[in-house]
Write a new protein. Structure first.
Length: 248
């Protein structure tokens, strides 16, 4: 195997044992979800977090936020099976078919009771985009809108908060859909982000940065054995990548 000495990580156990399914996620999904929450969003203990997209990456980003000590994590999607999995992981499911997800989360924040000092901060501390350029345009569900999640994030994130973009935004969309952007052009509410003093981070993960850490979290029981696997993989035919639709 080319570059095996650089890319492979020693794992304990035997083929077919109780760790095997969890270790499969270290190849991509868990490290990407962890990267989105820990590095891009910089989730810290006590944060409130909203993750848009409950595909495998979105679910594992929500799970990672929980592991990092977030006090409330919201998972936004429109697929019942995915929303159910998010709830199993400890996140609050938000179905955008039922209405504007930003307003749904704000309403939940008000019901839950805001901590002292947060009376005027009804949003969340961190927002993670685990959808990318294939996001649905909620005003026109049959169309794509590449900036839909960023627009929602700008409304939802609290001043001084952070927005992480883990969903893919390619330089070119080779098969642009209605409402999509063939040249990778992305509009964003920069004025709102600037006024709120928001940290906005994009970027792919460097898997090797996290594989050893996450392997040890699995083997120690810190990341519950089998929980990320059984909770993160949606049941076919709804299984896709980080996108919230079935294009990929």
């Amino acid at each position: 195997m080319p570059w095996a000495d650089a890319n492979c990580l020693p794992l304990p156990g035997e083929p077919g044992d109780g760790y095997e399914d969890d270790f499969v996620l270290l190849a991509d999904a868990f490290v990407t979800g962890w990267h989105a929450a820990a590095t891009l969003a910089e989730v810290q203990a006590g944060d409130t977090v909203a993750v848009f997209g409950a595909g495998t990456i979105g679910l594992l980003a929500a799970y990672s936020a929980c592991l990092l000590g977030a006090r409330r994590v919201y998972s936004v999607d429109h697929v019942d099976a995915r929303l159910g999995k998010a709830e199993e992981l400890g996140a609050v499911p938000v179905d955008f078919r039922a209405g504007d997800p930003v307003e749904q989360i704000r309403a939940d924040r008000a019901r839950a009771g805001l901590p002292l000092g947060e009376e005027k901060l009804p949003g969340v501390d961190k927002v993670i985009d685990a959808v990318g350029f294939q996001a649905h345009d909620r005003a026109h569900p049959d169309r794509e809108r590449a900036d839909q999640v960023l627009a929602d994030a700008a409304r939802l994130v609290n001043p001084g908060g952070g927005v992480a973009v883990a969903g893919v935004h390619p330089e070119k969309d080779l098969i642009p859909q209605a409402g999509g952007s063939a040249d990778g052009h992305l509009e964003a509410p920069w004025g709102t982000f600037f006024a709120k003093g928001v940290a906005l981070r994009f970027g792919r993960t460097h898997d090797r940065r996290y594989t050893r850490l996450l392997r040890d979290m699995v083997t120690s029981g810190r990341a519950r054995r089998s929980s990320p696997t059984t909770a993160a993989w949606p049941t076919p035919p709804t299984a896709t990548n980080a996108s919230t639709d079935g294009r990929t």
